[in-house]
Design a protein around this ligand. Structure first.
Ligand code: 1HE
Length: 267
């Protein structure tokens, strides 16, 4: 396993820490005293990190310091905002989270403790979610008199359905890590303290894929899934042809046929 290093990342706010480990990057929410509540400085720091992601970083892991992944929006910044500023603020979150969802590299989120409000919105913008058993999910916006603003209305129904999201927002329903796993909110469920290692292992595996395939999975697949089937099938064919025509695909297929490629084994 490659050694971590802090080089090659721009200066980030104190609430974020980034390090590199081989060809993956690890971004840590580092504001445990406020339960990794997401203030504007942190959201804009996330944008700086993803904008400046070095080309040779092939996957990213996002996790949280302390007992919680994130307590969501920093509520202390909310009190003085007027309507126009509210729209602008939410659009800022949208812009930043788009850079995660449609960025340069696939992103793995490692979840533990509270994953609530904007913290859940952040997790939903990533591609793979690993949860430790301590993780729990809630949308307490209803009880605070506000509404989700970081993309949850679009991303969460895709993961858990409109009805479950309505249940969370109307009744304060909280889902456990096990429930989140069963309903497809997370891909992997691991024991206490095991999340980061699992996240790194998965990111390293993702980094081994052909970059064009990872691009297709993160940028093309979600668009196809939302298009009408006829356009979707056509877009799939075009993407398949582009991918299989690449030199990288040819080399990888040759490796398999000449018994050098990895087999698909269970486990
Ligand atoms: C905060 C925040 C925050 C903690 N904004 N400061 N999110 C929420 O409604 C969740 C609010 N937070 C909580 O329910 C609890 O803090 C937790 C269950 C996450 C953790 O509990 P606990 O007992 O470990 O910590 P704590 O004592 O409540 O909080 C420690 C400190 O963090 C304390 O500050 P201190 O100065 O008194 O030490 C808290 O005030 C502070 N803190 N959470 C600001 N969220 C784009 S729209 C998205 C809309 C939303 O995200 S709404 C959901 C908001």
């Amino acid at each position: 396993m490659a050694k971590p290093s802090k080089s090659a990342f721009p200066k980030l706010p104190a609430s974020l820490t980034a390090k590199r480990q081989g060809n993956i990057a690890i971004l840590r929410l580092s504001r445990p005293q406020k339960r990794n509540a997401l203030d504007d400085t942190t959201i804009l720091g996330i944008e700086v990190f993803f904008d400046a992601l070095p080309k040779d970083i092939k996957a990213v892991v996002v996790h949280g310091q302390g007992d919680h992944f994130s307590a969501g929006l920093d509520l202390s910044e909310l009190t003085e905002r007027n309507v126009a500023e509210g729209v602008e603020h939410s659009r800022m979150w949208h812009r930043v989270f788009e850079k995660i969802e449609f960025g340069k590299a696939p992103v793995v989120a490692v979840l533990h403790g509270a994953v609530v409000g904007g913290g859940l919105e952040l997790a939903a913008a990533t591609h793979i979610r690993v949860a430790e058993r301590s993780a729990y999910y809630a949308l307490p916006e209803g009880s605070r008199g506000i509404y989700v603003g970081g993309g949850a209305s679009v991303r969460l129904p895709r993961l858990i359905g409109v009805a479950r999201m309505q249940g969370m927002m109307l009744t304060g329903l909280t889902y456990s890590a096990e429930e989140g796993q069963a309903m497809g909110l997370t891909h992997f469920l691991v024991g206490p303290g095991k999340g980061l290692a699992k996240g790194i292992e998965l990111a390293e595996r993702i980094a081994e894929n052909a970059p064009l395939t990872n691009y297709a999975v993160t940028h093309v697949l979600p668009r196809i899934a939302e298009s009408d089937p006829a356009s979707g099938y056509l877009a799939e064919s075009l993407m398949a042809a582009v991918a299989q025509g690449s030199n990288e695909a040819k080399a990888r297929l040759k490796d398999f046929l000449e018994k050098r490629g990895k087999k698909v084994l269970r486990g």
